[in-house]
Write a protein that binds this ligand. Sequence first.
Ligand code: M6R
Length: 617
Amino acid sequence: MCGIVGYTGFQDAYDVVINGLRRLEYRGYDSAGIVLDKKDNSFEVEKTKGKVDDLVAISHHLKNTAHVGMGHTRWATHGVPSDRNSHPHLSNDGKIALVHNGIIENYDTIKTMLKEKGFTFKSETDTEVLVNLIQYFMDTTTDIDFPTAVRFALNEVYGAYAITVMHEDHPGVLVVGRLGSPLAIGLGENEYFIASDASPFVEFTKEAIYLEEGHMATISLQNGVDIRTIKDNSKIEPAVQQLKLSLEQIEKGGYEHFMLKEIFEQPKSIHDTLRGRLLVEEGIIKMAGIWDHLEKFTNAQKITIIACGTSWHAGLIGEYLIEEFARIPVEVEYASEFRYRNPIINEKDVVIAISQSGETADTMAALKLAKERGAFIYGICNVVDSSISRITDAGSYTHAGPEIGVASTKAFTAQLTILALIALKLGKHNGNLGNAEFMSLISELNAIPKKIEEVLATTHDLIKEMAKDFTNTHNFLYLGRGYNYPAALEGALKLKEISYIHAEGYPAAEMKHGPIALIDENMPIVIIAPKRGHYDKIVSNVQEIKARKGKVIAVVNKGDVQVAEMADYVIEIPDTSECFSPIVASVPLQLLAYYIAVYRGANVDQPRNLAKSVTVE
Ligand code: M6R
């Protein structure tokens, strides 16, 4: 995915765009670019492979030259990251500039057609095709205006996009469009902002319009915001929203990285996820989304959980929770596989989609398929009003707050919290969970934020120190059983994505069926071994590892003796119910991955090749 920023108003457009791009850099960071409609009404473009800082290095002469402009930070899809492939792209006549997030799937056919008409291309991107298609309509259609040419072009393409377009002959006008990728319009006083999310303009205005699917808008100081459908130009009344986002939420607040800040936010984010939903005294779980559709869930022939990456790991724990407490069969699927394997899914099914961003293209596509087949769709998203949350029949937001570090941390534990609430609610409702057990579990769940506070306070310094021993390690194994098997998968994913150390997660018992061959004195093995949950079996696994001289990093409950005595490194966490232990155990694993990556000099918040949400299939 990529980040888009646009501005028209009275401020220095260069500053607004560059600062906005910095906020959106989490969305993609292999190249960046800016175009300004300068005060003499000429365009000036600067773009480069690299980060926003690299762009600033070549573009600071543009400061104070314009009040209108737009910029882009890229995560490459078509064409390698390079200066040429960076956005903005200009049309052949040099008059139209375009920035784009998404993929134009039929770009090749259009490119061939345009080449036949004499157009030439400098880049390998689909975006350059779209900007030239707009020029083509401007050149060949009598009396056409600029927004109409954009509309015509958008009607010719299919795929996913959010775009912003400027035309040199239409100074001060920004045309935007959306299909499958988000775009927000910030409404200031005598100024308008455009951005992939509201973070670039939150300090300037709290009013925003989130462009709907299939809509476009023409924005200028003279005529305000004119929203139309892309298909047939029907006028749309804008729905203005009040932003709840604060500047504080999207800044690092004294932490070196967003990831560390987000790890430390977990007591609060889990508390926020539970707030208003878990009423311990009354013995009630109040979740409107579930409450209104309880029968759909309890009568479901099965629940299918669809997600990718970390959210998929959360889904696996969700399966354990729902099957244990509600006794409803659950399947967990990678969204990308689900969609392409003709799954058996119908109106008797419930499908739960889990997604931090709510924009993941694989998850979105899988959901559309499930919807077509009549399943009831429930969403667990963090980003409010995101595309996935809009297409679901019902859902619960995780309320973890903006997660900016590419590696998901607080969103994961918030997802687990929601899944625990759902499982307990369903179990109580369908009678599989007795009142006494329910009451004891909800009071334990309520105690989780405090326990995470304790983990952060007692393990941070220890892990920071211990991580130094692993900066030159090449491989890691992560093992866990039961609820902590997915936590092991998640621990391994965290390490590999930010430190680039190869790491694999396994159910601890599977070790002897293959991975044990890898174990020697150079192999660190992180083993999650809380007292509750197959502890004796884990003890045997640790013995097997020690017999082969593997280095054991054990996550155990406070006061543990058996595993702790055998382990090379011991991380103690407070005791909790087995079903909530992955929430607590994940926190030290996040810290471990974080510090190893920091010592290796990796860019923790923006690891190579990744983007915060993957809006392409
Ligand atoms: O926004 P989503 O939860 O749908 O994203 C899914 C994955 O792309 C995401 O969890 C990814 O694996 C993260 N980088 C993990 O830290």
